[in-house]
Ligand binder design. Structure first.
Ligand SMILES: [Zn+2]
Length: 597
């Protein structure tokens, strides 16, 4: 390294308002104030560390003293005043770091200086950094000067902790709040620095650095130097991940895919790989929780602004977020939070994390009942309950039906038609034999099924009206619709997703049953169909609600009760059962030295 090496945080410290990263609103306000000559005599710059408070204060001092400012209102950088400030020997700029100089004597040294007018330029600027650190005596000694300084004096106080600054100071200052610098602003700036330094840098690598710096540009530049030093002119994503000991995003994307597939062994293997690379399990759990949180905010356009990510990772998150229902993220975050809470007290931390991973896999592939919802009622299968009707059989399950007209058989499973039928024609056309509900315009009094024989939803979450809060109750549509209209909309949806073969097949065979006025049950045979429904549910519900002009309509996908597993299992029993059903999992657990006690 040459003698001339200057750390990037210093070398690329902004010298003009224009080069300040991520504070555009604030810098243009300051520039405007300077241009109009309306300067306050005291400013307070607040905000997290490393976001440019001191830099802006220096730029401000430089600009108001510049002898020939540019037409854009920036300091020229050439005149006597600019050069003195750049050299650090201008009498017009005094800096005091109150973190280490917080006594009355320190502040007195400043206030004595105040009486000397500027020799060159028009103003004398006093920057007091970390002003909240001043002792209370120092504060008091400072107050009078702050109240009535000479006209050529401007104080700029900076603090990371505005709430610790006493009100008498706050009320005498014009306050500017600096924002955290966004990841993308930071990545852009790092890319600029890299190109200036002749370093070829992968934007994803810069994203890792920006995330690590947590909103502080100065930290980002220091980390950049650290990684760039060992990169030999080429800064790759892998090098950044390796160097900074951060967990590769890719692990989390792969884990989520694994959860969506219900692949517990793969999830456990990934976890082992992460441990083998030396990462702490709790760090892993929290990073995974963060990823799930990021997916959750990426899943909804309204929360998307909460996603602080480099663009490329953000796009990947948005794409992955679509593969799982929103409810999955809530359930997953709860599981990960429980794991975090129990981690310190757990006597077998590895097992705790592994069980959490297995549970996460099961949220979507409920071959066994997830054991994370002990409060859910256990449904007892009633042997007398008829198996569910198929599309070709009109076997009826008594349910409630709409109260319109025409005597008819009581409600029956609504059979779907292989071909889509437009809503209007479905209403008047004679119902096919397989769709008896078209005739069920009226029903006797509602006959809810006894609770004991209701099919139990397999999931610990359901898609229902309660989950959809996009529409306020004032704007919600609630028009009546007939079963025939429902089926028409159902078939219309089937026709609109010809590529989703599992879903199409599940929807054709689902026999929607109107349970309550606005609640439809659909039965599926196996987890793949269940999953297909869950994935499609938000879109399907939106479609049906829109078509039928009723935002209270809900659909619940349930497993055929004939196939239900009703026993609640303890974690150990659950794992034992999983091992008996899947020999490979047993082998695998042995391999990673998990013992079933
Ligand atoms: Zn100048």
């Amino acid at each position: 390294m040459s003698d001339k090496y200057i750390v990037s945080a210093r070398k690329y410290r902004p010298a003009t308002f224009r080069s300040v990263v991520g504070q555009q609103n604030l810098t243009s306000t300051l520039k405007g104030a300077i241009a109009s000559g309306r300067l306050a005599h005291a400013y307070l710059f607040c905000g997290p560390r490393g976001v440019g408070k001191t830099s802006c204060a220096r730029i401000f001092a430089r600009t108001i003293n510049c002898l020939s400012p540019t037409p854009e209102g920036e300091a020229c950088g050439q005149c006597e005043s600019c050069r003195a400030i750049d050299r650090g020997n201008s009498f017009n700029l005094m800096e005091l770091d109150a973190a280490s100089n917080n006594s009355v004597d320190d502040i007195r040294a400043v206030t004595e200086q105040v009486n000397i007018p500027p020799q060159v330029g028009r103003y004398r600027v006093f920057i007091i950094d970390e002003v909240h650190m001043l002792s209370s005596q120092a504060f008091n000694a400072f107050l009078k000067t702050l109240e009535e300084p000479p006209s050529y004096v401007i104080f700029i106080l900076a603090t990371t902790e505005k709430h610790k600054v006493i009100p008498t100071i706050l009320s005498r200052c014009q306050i500017y709040d600096f924002k955290r610098i966004t990841i993308n602003d930071m990545v852009d700036h790092l890319a600029y620095v890299a190109s200036e330094e002749g370093i070829e840098a992968d934007r994803r690598a810069l994203g890792v650095i920006a995330r690590k710096a947590d909103g502080a540009m100065r930290d980002a530049l220091s980390i950049f130097d650290q990684v760039a030093t060992s990169s030999g002119g080429k800064l790759t994503y892998e090098a950044a991940v390796e160097n900074l000991n951060v967990l590769d995003y890719d692990y989390f994307f792969r884990l989520i895919d694994t959860f969506a597939r219900g692949g517990a062994p793969e999830a456990l293997l990934l976890y082992k790989e992460i441990r083998d690379r030396g990462f702490d399990s709790l760090f892993f759990v929290n990073s995974l929780a963060q990823h799930v949180r990021d997916l959750m905010v990426a899943a909804d356009a309204r929360t998307l602004p909460l996603l602080e990510m480099p663009d490329d990772v953000g796009e990947r998150l948005v794409a992955q977020a679509r593969t799982l229902p929103l409810q999955w993220y809530y359930a997953a975050m709860r599981l990960l939070n429980e794991c975090d809470l129990n981690y310190r007290t757990s006597s077998n931390k590895q097992l705790l994390v592994e069980l959490t991973l297995i549970r996460l896999c099961q949220l979507l592939s409920p071959a066994q009942p997830p054991f994370d919802a002990p409060d859910r009622p256990v449904a007892l299968r009633n042997p007398s309950e008829p198996p569910r009707a198929t599309a070709s059989s009109a076997a009826a399950t008594p349910v409630s039906a709409p109260k319109d007209s025409a005597p008819a058989p009581s409600a029956a499973p609504i059979a779907t038609q292989p071909q889509p039928a437009p809503a209007a024609s479905a209403r008047v056309a004679p119902a096919p034999a397989s769709a008896p509900v078209a005739a069920s315009q009226t029903a006797p009094a509602p006959q809810p099924r006894p609770a004991s024989v209701r099919p139990r939803p397999l999931h610990s979450f359901q898609m229902n009206a309660g989950a959809d809060t996009t529409v306020s109750s004032l704007e919600r549509k609630k028009e009546a619709f007939t079963d025939a209209q429902f089926i028409a909309a159902w078939n219309e949806y089937i026709a609109s997703v010809p590529d989703q073969k599992i879903l199409v097949s599940a929807m054709r065979n689902a026999s929607p049953t109107r349970r309550d006025n606005l609640e439809f049950d659909v039965l599926v045979d196996h987890p793949a169909q269940q999953q297909a429904f869950e994935l499609a549910m938000p879109k399907l519900l939106r479609f049906l609600r829109e078509r039928l002009r009723n935002d209270f309509l809900t659909v619940k996908a349930m497993i055929n009760p004939e196939k239900e597993v009703v026993r609640q299992l303890s974690p150990q029993d659950f794992l034992r059962k999983a091992v008996t059903e899947n020999a490979a999992l047993g082998e695998f657990l042995k391999e990673i030295e998990i013992e079933l006690c």
